[in-house]
Design a protein around this ligand. Structure first.
Ligand code: HEC
Ligand code: HEC
Ligand code: HEC
Ligand code: HEC
Ligand code: HEC
Length: 189
């Protein structure tokens, strides 16, 4: 490359390239932020499933449906099969259960809308928190009282660190309260 071309590349192309990268980064950040939403987020679900009825009144254990909470990163949302353990019989002539049965028969996944979500660049693991003894309610409010699930706590960096730094405030029910990590690589790996 001769000097003139190099000069052109640095003076014109480089700033433009940097500008485009910065713009793309900013746009992606805000778009993904909007998708995540926050406190009060309570989307309509494809089936009118009630935690208040199932986990509250019928007292079905959280882990009957959220089988991953003590095993790995994700709590997991149950497949229709688990619902059909009861609903091949219970209320099978009700409109919502007829809809549910159609999903089951077609083998299609129920498109439940995600309520809580940390960005992809954050590492969060349910089993570590749940096995240590932290209750679902501390992070999710009490779904046993919720007709429809709603996000009640902030899962931004401050939300996580508030508990990691001063766990005794949020975990008074634990006998031996440990602090969570504050180093960047614990959550950004
Ligand atoms: C009979 C099955 C069942 C039981 C029992 C159950 N859940 Fe759920 N849970 C679901 C289904 C289905 C969804 C997805 C639809 C929705 O958000 O309502 C869900 C969603 C959730 C979500 C939101 C997931 C997201 O998208 O962020 C949380 C939090 C949750 N459940 C917590 C609990 C807790 C805590 C308990 C026990 C007190 C519990 N669940 C008991 C079936 C169940
Ligand atoms: C352990 C048994 C059991 C499981 C598992 C279960 N349900 Fe139910 N569900 C019931 C019973 C019992 C009722 C009726 C309760 C009543 O009205 O007194 C009910 C009621 C309902 C209703 C209200 C029906 C109406 O209109 O009256 C819906 C919707 C529903 N369940 C969806 C689901 C979904 C979705 C799942 C899976 C995520 C699920 N259920 C898992 C037992 C169960
Ligand atoms: C220390 C806080 C904390 C505790 C305790 C906790 N959760 Fe969560 N939960 C989260 C966060 C953060 C997310 C979002 C995770 C993600 O995006 O990967 C989440 C997501 C979920 C989801 C959505 C699906 C998934 O697998 O990510 C369900 C369902 C859920 N939690 C259920 C539960 C249940 C049931 C319990 C109790 C047994 C529980 N959680 C305990 C913080 C917590
Ligand atoms: C209510 C308190 C509380 C909240 C909220 C909480 N944590 Fe923790 N976290 C803990 C405690 C206590 C430990 C230490 C547990 C242990 O060492 O057994 C821990 C440990 C961890 C660890 C180290 C273990 C591992 O999985 O590698 C990571 C990473 C972590 N938390 C990420 C998060 C993120 C990300 C959030 C927010 C989305 C969060 N935590 C929210 C209490 C909390
Ligand atoms: C306990 C978990 C945790 C630790 C430790 C942590 N972060 Fe984060 N960080 C998060 C979460 C959760 C988000 C997502 C925030 C959101 O959703 O807006 C985040 C977001 C970020 C972002 C994106 C911009 C923003 O503020 O939303 C940067 C940059 C960042 N963290 C840097 C760091 C650095 C540097 C450290 C070490 C000093 C660190 N983080 C330690 C959990 C953590």
């Amino acid at each position: 490359m001769n000097n003139k071309l190099l000069d052109y590349a640095l003076r014109v192309r480089l700033p433009i390239t940097l500008f485009v990268i910065a713009l793309a980064f900013t746009v992606t950040f805000y778009v993904s932020r909007a998708e995540r939403d926050g406190i009060g987020y309570q989307p309509d679900q494809p089936i009118k499933y009630s935690h208040k009825l199932h986990a509250g009144d019928l007292q079905i254990d959280c882990q009957y449906c959220h089988t991953g909470v003590t095993k790995g990163r994700h709590a997991l949302v149950p497949s229709v099969n688990i619902c059909m353990n009861c609903h091949t019989i219970a209320r099978k002539d009700k409109p919502e259960i007829i809809k549910l049965t159609e999903y089951y028969k077609s083998g299609k996944l129920l498109p439940w809308k995600r309520v809580h979500k940390v960005p992809d660049y954050v590492y969060f693991n349910h089993s570590v928190h749940v096995n240590y003894g932290i209750k679902c309610e501390t992070c999710h409010g009490d779904p046993r009282k919720m007709e429809k699930i709603e996000q009640v706590k902030n899962f931004n960096m401050t939300g996580c660190l508030n508990c990691h730094r001063n766990p005794e405030k949020q975990l008074p029910y634990l006998a031996d309260v440990k602090k969570g990590p504050e180093n960047c690589f614990a959550c950004h790996r």
